[in-house]
Design a protein. Structure first.
Length: 160
């Protein structure tokens, strides 16, 4: 009976991470944000690891670290969108920790097993928290970041 909420939670988390990952690849013009653009180009592969029908949830911690780093380095013209995205990522991280999970546990959840020490009630509560992150503010921020990545850095976050 607990498998359904667990599967739902992992699916929602994967969806949220993939959406955020696409957002997380924002960029700035090379003249004023060369380091930012280079970081974005380098980090794109991590974000893409969460896309598709079988996301690699073992990479979630790294993706979150990369997104925090990009948010801190974001150029002024996209900084607000990164702040929105970074707040969403922090919310996910806090919700996972509250449930007794770390990102490494998500691969175990993907296989239908619940790691030891996980609070099942808090795990089941993750789904609604994560669904709330797919609202228009986060989606709009992700779209702006992806558009900026393409125009300012030449990084297309929608293609592998």
């Amino acid at each position: 009976m607990r498998v359904i909420p667990t599967a739902t939670t992992v699916a929602v988390l994967a969806m949220a991470a993939a959406t955020l990952g696409a957002c997380g690849s924002d960029d700035k013009p090379a003249a004023s944000g060369g380091d930012y653009c280079q970081e974005l180009k380098t980090d794109k592969v991590y974000f893409q690891s969460l896309n598709g029908s079988d996301p690699d949830m073992s990479k979630l911690d790294t993706v979150f670290e990369k997104m925090h780093s990009l948010a801190a380095a974001a150029p002024d013209d996209i900084a607000e969108d990164w702040k929105t995205l970074d707040t969403a990522v922090t919310t996910i991280e806090n919700a996972l920790a509250e449930a007794g999970l770390d990102a490494g546990d998500l691969a175990t959840l993907q296989s239908g097993q619940v790691p030891d020490g996980v609070d099942l009630d808090k795990l089941a509560a993750l789904g609604p928290k994560l669904k709330a992150l797919s609202g228009s503010d986060v989606n709009d921020a992700a779209d702006h970041i992806a558009e900026n990545a393409k125009t300012a850095c030449g990084v297309d976050l929608t293609n592998s």
